[in-house]
Ligand binder design. Sequence first.
Ligand SMILES: Cc1cc2nc3c(=O)[nH]c(=O)nc-3n(C[C@H](O)[C@H](O)[C@H](O)COP(=O)(O)O)c2cc1C
Length: 355
Amino acid sequence: MAEDKLFSEFTIRNTKFKNRIGLAAMTRTSSPGDSIPRKDVLDFLVRRAQKDVGVVFTEAVLTDYESAQGYPRQSRMVTQRQVDAWRPVVRAIQDAGSVAILQMFHCGRVAWPEINPAGRIISPSPVAPQQNNPLTGKPYPVPDEMSLLDIDHVIQGFVETARGAVAAGFDGVEIHGAHGYLINSFLSSYSNKRTDAYGGSVQNRFRFAREIIRAVRPVVPDERLLSFRISNWGVADMKVPLFEKDEWRAIISYLDEEPVDVISVSTLNYSDSAFGTSQNMAQLTRGETGKPLMICGRIYDRATADDALADADFVLSAKSLLLNPDWVDDIRNNRELEPRPPEDANVAYTDEPLL
Ligand SMILES: Cc1cc2nc3c(=O)[nH]c(=O)nc-3n(C[C@H](O)[C@H](O)[C@H](O)COP(=O)(O)O)c2cc1C
């Protein structure tokens, strides 16, 4: 019988994954003033590990105390209390045989002043998102163009958060370069109109991401992992393709040269054609890199998981795992499952503890 790839082990550096199934990062907006998530939200991550998810990504964790915040009640990882709160959670995920990765996030232009402690929104260029903010019903404000001082400060935020994650025992950290948030908005010419070294050519637009990667890597011990998440879509500009095919390929080839261990591609539907080609995003990305590849987007049953995994090393699920604690078992037993509609995600933001 052919090997069951989905339930086969995989090793990156010294980190062993028991299978190829991951819990995608999910923001839960549950942290009060101390920026530590609610206990039931932390317990949820542990339960998914205990239910056989091979790798658990945390919610998007803010990289600084002023401009990184895009949603209410997000978490941070820079104080000793925050590190101490996460340490037993990380240990419990690892005791369950899973890998724990913390996702680091700066919202960039997808923010509004009331929830931003410094009341200031920053971005590569003063270009506001097209859509209204779903939480306020109002347009997003036009962001300030980042100065070189701002750029340095934000990079330091990623470094400090990575240090916090390492102190809390995480197996790795992920740089959130997807979904139209700060790093993604530097990469795309749609939101990056700069004329300095951080704008213009794809290589210049990649500079900010590269500087973050190179600043973060030295604080992540050799045996632990650095992942980079990327997408061709943004939450506040859903109608805008952020890249052209050759830009995407160039960015992936630049990432391939950097000291990242994993490239994680986020799609709306993994099987969609990439840039009008006959390939999907995983296939197109695979053409530019031999690095371990994670793919996410509407993977909801055994058939979609196997199909998505044909061109990647891991499949990640958000909504299916959010609502179904037995999802891995259901996949293993090839149970009939349905894709989750977008409104199912709303439960993530309520006070309701999830199974
Ligand atoms: C409630 C919720 C919160 C999310 N928060 C994050 C996040 O913090 N970071 C991130 O990279 N993606 C986030 N996403 C996107 C998911 O990781 C994933 O890419 C997307 O939901 C598609 O996967 P799915 O079809 O399995 O739901 C979130 C999705 C949901 C449903």
